[in-house]
Design a protein around this ligand. Structure first.
Ligand SMILES: Cc1cc2nc3c(=O)[nH]c(=O)nc-3n(C[C@H](O)[C@H](O)[C@H](O)COP(=O)(O)O)c2cc1C
Length: 362
């Protein structure tokens, strides 16, 4: 007999829950069950099949009397709970054929739309005259002349040393439009069958068509733009200034000061409230992360095709960044920063390179 390793206890005063994160089952337990469980945790040999609580714990799978697979997860328990706890979910498995799947998905969408939709972004109500309108994105030829798609794939590289050379607002505007803007070119490529609120399309795919990802421009050395952090309106192709820069970028990125002079970058957030609205289970948290990954790669390839070098990080000092981005609650969270600028192409910053050189000589 042993304790199921895939459980945790969750106090929600005045109640206590025991959660089997692998089977996705939760049980509320009372004092008697909790006390007996602690006794069993301390000494499993006291298990008594005739004890009603022991029998109930076995029946519920909190205790198991079969051999368990070895624990081959090598990170902490928190990541294991998240990963295992968001696996094998979703009633889509129940469909035996496309008709059944379509019926299920249709019903799901009907149910979602009947619920109160999350509000638009807090800045979405602004009129264009109150926004900082960006120049039109560059024409195809202007980008292709610099760098074709194949070259962009081959030349994308994480660089950690940047030149103090400003990037043009045209390039920033082009990048924002092509990677985060709702594409005008795709407005006619839609279907009447899709509800209006799900019709906007970006160059990257979007989980559930929600466009839950948002972009915030960090501008440090962009021609014609005051340094600061701006919200990018994906439908108006314009900016709203949120905050001036009060500290070097590295202080927001866990001390990675080698990018303090990177000319600009984009903080990518996810509107988790949109995900909560359409998808009720935390499996959708994965979708948020994956969507950001798609946008990030598109940003890097696009920046490369504009002749820039890129750098990215998920090592964020989130609470500090949230203040600059005006994120006041958990409904929208920041996950990634993708920076770009002119670079000598160095993968290492000077300081690290000199340490590595010294080490190699020894
Ligand atoms: C999700 C993610 C997070 C990353 N975080 C950092 C980071 O915090 N700091 C950094 O210098 N590089 C970071 N990188 C960049 C990687 O170190 C880099 O992509 C890797 O060394 C391969 O080099 P390449 O991009 O030039 O091909 C990150 C990359 C990814 C995909």
């Amino acid at each position: 007999m042993q304790l199921n390793p895939c459980i945790f206890l969750l106090p929600k005063p005045p109640r206590l829950f025991i959660w089997n994160y692998k089977s996705h089952e939760q049980f509320e337990i009372d004092n008697a069950h909790a006390s007996r469980l602690i006794e069993l945790i301390e000494k499993i040999s006291i298990f008594d099949e005739n004890h009603p609580i022991d029998a109930a714990l076995l029946e519920a799978g909190i205790l198991v009397d079969q051999p368990l697979p070895p624990n081959d997860w090598q990170w902490d328990d928190l990541s294991k709970i998240f990963h295992v706890g968001t696996k094998d979910l979703g009633s889509g498995d129940a469909a035996q054929n496309t008709r059944q799947w379509a019926e299920h998905y249709f019903n799901h969408c009907q149910e979602v739309i009947s619920r109160h939709a999350p509000p638009p972004h807090p800045l979405a109500h602004l009129h264009r005259e109150n926004m900082l309108c960006l120049p039109a994105p560059l024409a195809d030829e202007a980008i292709d002349e610099r760098n074709g798609f194949r070259q962009a794939l081959l030349q994308r590289k994480t660089c950690r040393s940047y030149l103090d050379k400003a990037v043009s607002l045209n390039d920033v505007s082009t990048l924002l439009y092509l990677c985060l803007g709702y594409l005008k070119e795709r407005e006619t490529d839609t279907s009447e069958l899709i509800p209006v609120m799900f019709r906007a399309r970006r160059s990257s795919p979007s989980g559930g068509g929600l466009n839950a990802s948002e972009g915030y421009l960090y501008a440090y050395n962009v021609q014609g733009l005051d340094p600061g952090i701006y919200y990018y309106h994906p439908d108006a192709y314009a900016l709203t200034l949120l905050s001036r820069l009060k500290e070097p970028l590295g202080s927001l990125l866990q001390g990675q000061h080698f990018v303090d002079n990177i000319p600009f970058g984009i903080f990518i957030t996810s509107r988790l409230d949109k995900m909560w609205w359409k998808y009720r289970h935390s499996q959708a948290y994965r979708v948020s992360l994956l969507e950001i990954g798609h946008i990030s790669q598109t940003l890097q390839l696009c920046a490369t095709s504009l002749g820039l070098k890129t750098w990215l990080t998920a090592a964020l000092s989130e609470s500090k960044i949230e203040k600059y981005l005006n994120l006041n609650d958990l409904s929208e969270q920041v996950f990634l920063f993708v920076g770009a600028g002119y670079s000598n192409g160095e993968a290492f910053c000077e300081e690290l390179r000199s340490l590595l050189n010294k080490n190699n000589k020894n």
